[in-house]
Each structure stands twice: as structure tokens, then as C-alpha cells.
Design a protein around this ligand. Structure first.
Ligand code: NAD
Ligand code: AKB
Length: 329
């Protein structure tokens, strides 16, 4: 059974992945870590947590030794929109952070799982049903680091035999931890604002399609690929996976099934719109289907129904003054 270190575990994916892995592998076998210790009770209060800057390779190695880690799930990163505000820092964290993780993995013979993104594609990539293997010339710093990261992980597999694996994630929609400064964040905010105010002003323009996925499908994909039979894997580090290709007005129409008076307006942010325009409209994830049986559980309407149920439950708990829910709920 694996002993897993998660980096960046207080972010949007990490908080839920930590809980998910603790349920799958056992509380004692999962070590959460992040740059700063934040008050996230379900991660900090319910198992091992280490404050860890991924740029500090010595401390990374010390944590690996202390807990006898054999697998690193590397999530620490700066996402697309923030990455355009601070490109030098994005390069440092995303590139040098991954390099240090891979070097420690080489020394201690660890498996490494790290997600890439739809951001690894660019304006010259075929936008519809974007193939698994295609042109990748992204024009954001985040995207540049994601393509380079995919290649670096492939290199460590071929050159050193490290078991590296990963997926190209679409935008993730979730209700536990807010997103950390990406372009697809609107698709999360729209649900929160629908519940809070009954309306939302989108910074992404009408008609802009991007791939999206509900968090439970992302967690499922991580486990499936991590545990997939290596003999079946022709690709390793950058499997296209998707659950839906949607625009803001399509999400709004789905929200109106639960909130008929919901209003959507637009005030487009040129920076994030340009990023969105450079990404695929929809990805072809048939290689993930063939090589490790990938299939999402949630389409847009199932996701919207669950988002509403969960956000309304949270709202009810807050109104009653109940403490935030932990991992198990
Ligand atoms: P996030 O921004 O919510 O969380 C990232 C975490 O990394 C934060 O908690 C932050 O404190 C931490 N971090 C930053 N610098 C660090 C450092 N030097 N050392 C240690 N920790 C550091 O991001 P997320 O959405 O959880 O994304 C996780 C991974 O998934 C990233 O690689 C991201 O590119 C990828 N991804 C996310 C999405 C999405 O929609 N959320 C989509 C595609 C790919
Ligand atoms: C972002 O928008 O930056 C992320 C991603 C798709 O990588 N959500």
C-alpha cells in the first residue's frame, strides 16, 4: 500500500484529494503539505501535515525520509491568471518546483503523479476534439510550464525509470475550496453567486466553450491512473481527460433548472478572455478511455444538481451556526 506525500494540499484540488486519499489508503499513509499552514481543519486537523516549500529540496527529501514516502502527488503550482500577473514566480514554482520533486524522486525511487492542464495547448492547437498528441505552442507562462512539465516527466520516466503519470485537467468545479486564480474560475463563482445573489457577471464572454469537470470525477481519475496497469499505458504524463465542454450561458441555463430567475450578464476581462480563447473548445480523451478505462460520472446537469444540493446544505449549516464540515461529509 502506498505512502503518499501531497504538495500544495491546501488548494482547490489538494483539500479534497487529501480527504479522498485518506479514505482510500488510510489516514496514516497520506501526508499533506503546503507552503503556508492555513486553517483548513479537514486537512490539518485530521492527519499528518507538513509545512513545505517545494523549492526547498532538502526539506522535501527530509519529509520523504521521515514518513517513508513512496509516491508524491505534486499539486503545488501557480495557475493561469495569477501566472500572467507574476510570470517569474510562476516559472520558479511550476518549473523548479517540479524539477526538485523529480530529483528527489530519482534519489529515493518515488512514483510521481502531477497534473497538466488544458493550458498546455495554445492558439495553433486544433480547438475542437483536441487530439491527445498534437501541436502545443501555448502563449501563457502557465501553459509553457505545463508543456515543459509534461516533457520533463516523460524524460524522468525514459531516462531514470521513474513511474511518472499525469492527466491534462480541464477547469474544475467544486464546492469545498475556492479556485486559486485560474481562467476557468468563473465556472465555480457562477454557482456561489447564483445561491448568494441570484445573478452573476461573467468575465468570460458568451459563446466561449471550455472543457470542465466536477471535482469527484477528478478525484476518481487520479486514483484510476495512479493504480492503472503500467503495461497498458502508451502515454503517461498528460492524458487528455474531460467531462463536458460548456460556455457561460450553458451553465446559466443549467442553473435556471434550479433557480428559474437566475440572471447572467457579461463584463469581459480581456486578459482571461485571451487565455480562454487560446485553449481548446473540447478535448478528445479517447486515449485515457482506452488505456485506463476513463469515464466521468457527472455531466453538466448532474453536476449542477449536486452543486446546488451541496451549497444549499452548506448555507443551511452556516445559518444554524454549525462548524464547517470535515472530510467525511
Ligand atoms: P490552487 O492554486 O488551488 O492550489 C495550489 C496550492 O499550491 C496552494 O495551496 C498554494 O499555497 C500551493 N503552493 C504554491 N506555491 C508553493 C510552493 N512554493 N510550495 C508549496 N506549495 C505551494 O491549485 P489547484 O487548483 O489545487 O491545482 C493543483 C494542480 O492542478 C496544479 O498543478 C494545477 O496546474 C493543476 N490544475 C488545476 C486545475 C483546476 O481547475 N483547479 C485545472 C488544471 C490543472
Ligand atoms: C486555470 O484556469 O488556470 C486552471 C486550469 C484549467 O489549468 N483552472
Amino acid at each position: 500500500m502506498r505512502r503518499i506525500l501531497i504538495t500544495g494540499s491546501l488548494g482547490q484540488i489538494g483539500t479534497e484529494l487529501t480527504c479522498h486519499f485518506r479514505r482510500e489508503y488510510g489516514v496514516d499513509r497520506v501526508v499533506a503539505s503546503d507552503l503556508i499552514r492555513k486553517d483548513v481543519p479537514e486537512v490539518i486537523g485530521e492527519g499528518h501535515f507538513e509545512q513545505l516549500d517545494v523549492l526547498d529540496a532538502e526539506r522535501l527529501a527530509a519529509v520523504v525520509r521521515a514518513y517513508n514516502i513512496d509516491t508524491v502527488v505534486h499539486l503545488a503550482a501557480i495557475l493561469s491568471a495569477i501566472g500572467e500577473e507574476i510570470p517569474q514566480r510562476a516559472f520558479d514554482v511550476n518549473m523548479n518546483g517540479l524539477y526538485k520533486v523529480l530529483e528527489v524522486a530519482r534519489e529515493y525511487k518515488l512514483a510521481v503523479f502531477t497534473p497538466s492542464s488544458i493550458a498546455a495547448f495554445g492558439p495553433s492547437t486544433p480547438a475542437d476534439r483536441t487530439p491527445q498528441d498534437t501541436l502545443q505552442r501555448p502563449n501563457t507562462m502557465y501553459g509553457v510550464t505545463k508543456v515543459a512539465g509534461e516533457l520533463l516527466c516523460d524524460y524522468y520516466h525514459h531516462r531514470y525509470g521513474i513511474d511518472t503519470r499525469g492527466v491534462r485537467l480541464p477547469g474544475l468545479i467544486s464546492y469545498k475550496t475556492p479556485p486559486g486564480g485560474g481562467t476557468t474560475d468563473y465556472a465555480v463563482h457562477i454557482y456561489y453567486e447564483a445561491i448568494r445573489q441570484g445573478r452573476y457577471e461573467s468575465y468570460i464572454a458568451e459563446g466561449t466553450k471550455m472543457d470542465m469537470m466536477y471535482m469527484p470525477d477528478c478525484l476518481k481519475a487520479f486514483t484510476m491512473l495512479l493504480e492503472a496497469d503500467p503495461a497498458r499505458l502508451k502515454h503517461r504524463n498528460a492524458f487528455n481527460i474531460t467531462a463536458m465542454s460548456v460556455s457561460p450561458e450553458e451553465i446559466a441555463a443549467s442553473i435556471r433548472q434550479h433557480l428559474p430567475d437566475f440572471q447572467l450578464s457579461f463584463k469581459v476581462d480581456p486578459v482571461r478572455q485571451a487565455i480562454a480563447d487560446s485553449w481548446p473548445n473540447s478535448m478528445d480523451d479517447s486515449c485515457a478511455q482506452q488505456e485506463w478505462d476513463w469515464k466521468p460520472d457527472y455531466d453538466l446537469s448532474a453536476m449542477t444538481a449536486d452543486m446546488f444540493a451541496q451549497l444549499r446544505k452548506d448555507q443551511g449549516n452556516k445559518d444554524e451556526g454549525s462548524p464547517p464540515t470535515g472530510c467525511g461529509t
